[in-house]
Design a protein around this ligand. Structure first.
Ligand SMILES: Cc1cc2nc3c(=O)[nH]c(=O)nc-3n(C[C@H](O)[C@H](O)[C@H](O)COP(=O)(O)OP(=O)(O)OC[C@H]3O[C@@H](n4cnc5c(N)ncnc54)[C@H](O)[C@@H]3O)c2cc1C
Length: 488
């Protein structure tokens, strides 16, 4: 007896055969050990926050730029979407595949070499999969500083940092990843390598392709290497933790610190009472260093100096003494050792982990002009407190850059998922309306990914969207690079 196959079954067989050919071709380029299909791909398919999980056809791990170009050509031939992934610490679902099981994740983890450090030119050329902390340590070994610094630095990669134009805690002095990047090497959607690894500080020769790639979240090309700025390693670090009666006082302290300390002020972080208490609950050794449980706001500031003459410390002491005397600060501590500085920073850096332990909250990564930040926070807080009774305000961020991680956590004892399901849409609407009214950005650091596609479409002007679509169409006409991300 013979069975006739339905067209659905025939299509499925054809698809499986095509996938088989694709996987064999990929194995031919990177080796079978680096085309992952049947092991647990969870770590590549799920985002850091465990907010979403996709399904990949395969994970491919090329060893170098040449292999990356070949992988892209094979996927382009087959019309298969590619999702670049570095450390998978991104917070907007940009590095995971969709749920279709048809996209290939291209992991850059094997391309992790530091190709060169030019001490006299103050530059490092590194591959995309190099972990940020590895580069920081390599620079330090030469008495140099790579200043990009963020809580995920032990896992995130230079490629991911550039693709998201990462910020972090030293932007005030050194800028975002974009400002730290002099040159880029990348592979286009057609599988062509562009070697733009210039180490020049001045180069006005046509459109700035490097800056187009920075912040493009893997939708325009796959970054394979970059030449980055280094700085002389500061000789002293003065770190202070300050307890404040209000957020307006934090702005006044920032203004005074900037005028007294100038560019030595490298970090100025604001942290609300709730996140400080939350960190203390989850990490007993990181209890609040000063102030009490009624202190509404804290500032963590860092001053880096290239002279080791004690003057920076004296200036910080006199700045804080003035603030205490005038009542603009309640309490303050200044670290007396490197270990104490590191401990103060650990409190700040442990906030994301402490929040994750309390269940996923309603997250925002927004910015407003620094001068407007206190009014923005106070106005929004009163609106949200009325709209979402009992919600905990997990507000913290890079005040010196006007950038806040403005998160709302479920009330104590409430179910985090039910809280998000009930309030996320309403809260987002209120937050983004306020952000727009204050001339701010709905995504200051983390990009768009697939999570904020709708918000981008509704916030950007038609002209801006038309230009962005034109760029995408020119560089990736078949839409194989990170499909569904940024422009949707
Ligand atoms: C605890 C924690 C703290 C954080 N703090 C900050 C912070 O202070 N400031 C900040 O800006 N971000 C922060 N982030 C977000 C995130 O860590 C950074 O955006 C980081 O730069 C992402 O790097 P990654 O290698 O993990 O990239 P991934 O998550 O792997 O990818 C992020 C995006 O870049 C694309 N991509 C990755 N590699 C490449 C490549 N080689 N070529 C092209 N596209 C690529 C991906 O497709 C995706 O769209 C934090 C995240 C966590 C978990």
């Amino acid at each position: 007896m013979s069975l006739s196959l339905g067209s659905g079954t025939r299509n499925l067989r054809k698809l499986l055969a095509m996938n088989q050919i694709l996987l064999e071709r990929l194995c031919g380029v990177v080796g079978a050990d680096h085309v992952l299909t049947d092991m647990d791909l969870g770590a590549y398919e799920e985002d850091w926050n465990r907010r979403a999980r996709g399904k990949a056809l395969a994970v491919v791990r090329p060893a170098d730029t040449v292999q990356t170009a070949q992988v892209i050509r094979i996927c382009a031939d087959a019309g298969v979407g590619l999702v670049p992934q570095g450390g998978n610490t991104g917070l907007n679902l940009g590095a995971i595949p969709d749920g279709s099981g048809t996209q290939v994740v291209l992991s850059t983890k094997r391309m992790n070499a530091i190709r060169a450090i030019d001490v006299a030119n103050l530059t490092a050329t590194v591959e995309a999969g190099c972990v940020l902390q590895t580069l920081q340590e390599a620079a330090r070994a030469h008495n140099l500083l790579f200043p990009l610094s963020l809580a995920a630095e032990g896992s995130c990669t230079i490629g991911g940092n550039l693709a998201t134009n990462a910020g972090g805690t030293q932007v005030l002095r050194y800028g975002n990843a974009r400002e730290l990047c002099l040159g880029i090497e990348c592979v286009t959607a057609a599988g062509e390598v562009w070697n733009g690894l210039t180490a020049l500080r001045k180069d006005n020769t046509g459109y700035d392709l490097r800056n187009l790639m920075v912040g493009s979240e893997g939708t325009l090309a796959i970054i394979t290497a970059a030449t980055l700025r280094l700085y002389p390693l500061p000789r002293t670090q003065t770190t202070a933790w300050v307890a404040l009666p209000g957020i307006h006082e934090a702005l006044r302290l920032l203004q005074r610190a900037q005028s007294i300390l100038g560019p030595s002020l490298s970090g100025f972080e604001i942290i609300g009472r709730e996140p400080v208490e939350q960190v203390g609950r989850h990490f007993a050794e990181l209890a609040r260093p000063c102030g009490d449980s009624s202190t509404p706001w804290f500032v963590l500031m860092d001053v880096w100096n290239n002279l080791d003459d004690g003057r920076a410390r004296e200036e910080v002491e006199s700045l804080l003494a003035g603030a205490l005397e005038s009542g603009e600060a309640h309490d303050a501590v200044i670290a007396t050792s490197q270990a104490q500085s590191a401990k103060l920073w650990r409190i700040r850096e442990s906030i994301p982990e402490a929040q994750a332990r309390d269940g996923l909250n309603i997250k925002h990564d927004i910015s407003v002009p620094v001068s407007a930040l206190p009014d923005f926070v106070m106005e929004l807080q009163s609106v949200l407190a009325a709209a979402v009774p009992g919600a905990r305000f997990m507000t913290f961020g890079h005040m010196g850059d006007g950038n806040l991680h403005y998160n709302l956590q479920a009330p104590f004892g409430a179910d985090a998922d039910a809280f998000r399901a009930r309030y996320e849409r309403q809260v987002n609407g209120l937050v983004y309306e306020h952000v727009a009214r204050f001339g701010g950005s709905f995504s200051a650091e983390h990009g768009i990914g697939s999570h904020k596609v709708e918000q981008l479409a509704s916030s950007k002007s038609p002209t801006a969207l038309w230009m962005m679509r034109g760029v995408k169409q020119a560089l990736d006409p078949r839409g194989i690079l990170n499909p569904g991300k940024v422009l949707g």
